[in-house]
Design a binder for this molecule. Structure first.
Ligand code: GTP
Ligand code: MG
Length: 364
């Protein structure tokens, strides 16, 4: 039986791309392997944290795995990024991550402007980025603030606390509170499970309110399976007890997984494609208009200006069209005047000739 498009979709599943970002050793690789329930990523080995940042500054390579979430097949692409270190210049790693996000937008922009589409083109836009905050128990660090600020105009940033079992229950509660206060204070537009009191149904509002209140999500990752009461569970075993990945009392892992791969997958995708990508596209186009005019070149465009940019570009185009039309009108008018004057001059000389002829023509 031939494969119909619908069937093929069903086999391939929904496509979703997730990026993990954060300082080295915050548990990103372990989280990915826990999420996918298989060793998708291998753990890098370093001799020191300083070397970690140097050794990982290689090209970012996405990997794709097939998963299932509540009966829906998901083709999940994971983008792991170089972990950055504490006391070194992280500018290179930061730039590399932002460049990667923008490159995916550039690729689709180029594809959309082709007359003939490439059937093999793969849309690699990143739909969500989990930002791993180390479980310091203090406030957000300056580099975390800076990187989240740089990422959020390009991707849906979801802040998470890695290795959350390092903190006690009270420490975790206080750390979450301080972190979210910092995020608000520094005006970092992270993904905050948006809802509309008037438009959304009660269940959606409730769900989003709960998820928003959990921010930043606490994460426990483990690639180990242990048996508790005859049941195999993913957990971290310590001499004093067990931290379970899927126990909501221990971490927010399960709730986060359900949100990104289930309830909020489509919202994250449409925000990426309709808002973040469109904003990038407008910025890029207006930048090239400015570059062509070469009189003023803005390297940075304020977010509030973005919405007006396309209107402004259109107005500018209209103004130029009008100018061109006026020029044509003037030229035509000038030509008509010239012709009229030529005609008048000819009439004048004709009249002269006539009167001369009349003068000469009465010899009789
Ligand atoms: N306590 C605790 N340790 C964890 C957790 N997740 C991972 N680890 C441990 O933390 C260390 C670093 O974990 P990785 O997953 O390799 O961290 P990473 O962020 O990928 O680190 P790099 O890729 O090296 O930058 C390993 O020893 C993990 O076993 C967790 O939830 N809790
Ligand atoms: Mg890693």
């Amino acid at each position: 039986m031939p494969i119909t498009p619908r069937r093929r979709n069903k086999v391939k599943g929904v496509q979703f791309t997730l990026m993990v970002v954060g300082a080295s050793g915050t548990g990103r690789t372990t989280f990915v392997n826990t999420l996918c329930d298989s060793p998708v990523l291998s753990h890098a080995t370093y001799d020191s944290p300083e070397n970690a940042a140097i050794q990982t500054s290689i090209a970012i390579k996405p990997v794709t795995v097939d998963l299932e979430e509540e009966g829906v097949r998901i083709s999940l692409t994971i983008v792991d990024t170089p972990g950055f270190g504490d006391n070194i210049d992280n500018e290179h790693s930061f730039q590399e991550i932002v460049n990667y996000l923008e490159r995916q937008y550039d690729d689709i922009l180029a594809e959309q402007s082709r007359i003939k589409r490439n059937p093999k083109f793969k849309d690699n836009r990143v739909h969500a980025c989990l930002y791993f905050i180390p479980p310091t128990g203090h406030a957000l660090r300056e580099m975390d603030i800076e990187l989240m600020k740089r990422l959020s105009p390009r991707v849906n940033v979801i802040p998470v606390i890695g290795r959350a079992d390092s903190l006690t229950k009270n420490e975790l509660k206080a750390f979450k509170k301080r972190t979210i206060e910092d995020i608000e204070h520094y005006d970092i537009p992270v993904y905050n499970f948006p809802y509309d009191i008037e438009e959304d149904d009660e269940e959606t509002i409730q769900d989003n309110m709960e998820l928003r209140a959990m921010l930043p999500f606490s994460i426990i990752g483990s690639e180990e399976v242990v048996e508790i009461d005859g049941e195999a569970v993913r957990a971290r075993v310590y001499p004093w007890g067990i931290a379970e990945v899927d126990d909501p009392e221990h971490s927010d892992f399960q709730r986060l997984r359900g949100a990104i791969l289930g309830s909020h997958l489509n919202d994250l995708k449409s925000l990426t494609e309709d808002v973040l990508y469109e904003t990038y596209r407008t910025e890029k186009l207006s930048r090239s208009v400015h570059a062509n005019n070469s009189s003023s070149r803005h390297s940075q465009i304020l977010p509030e200006e973005l919405a007006n940019q396309s209107v402004r570009i259109k107005e500018e185009q209209l103004r130029r069209e009008e100018e061109k039309l006026r020029e044509i009108e003037l030229r035509v008018q000038r030509e008509i005047n010239e012709r009229r004057q030529e005609l008048m001059a000819k009439e004048e000389s004709l009249r002269n000739l006539e009167s001369r002829l009349a003068g000469q023509g009465s010899p009789y």
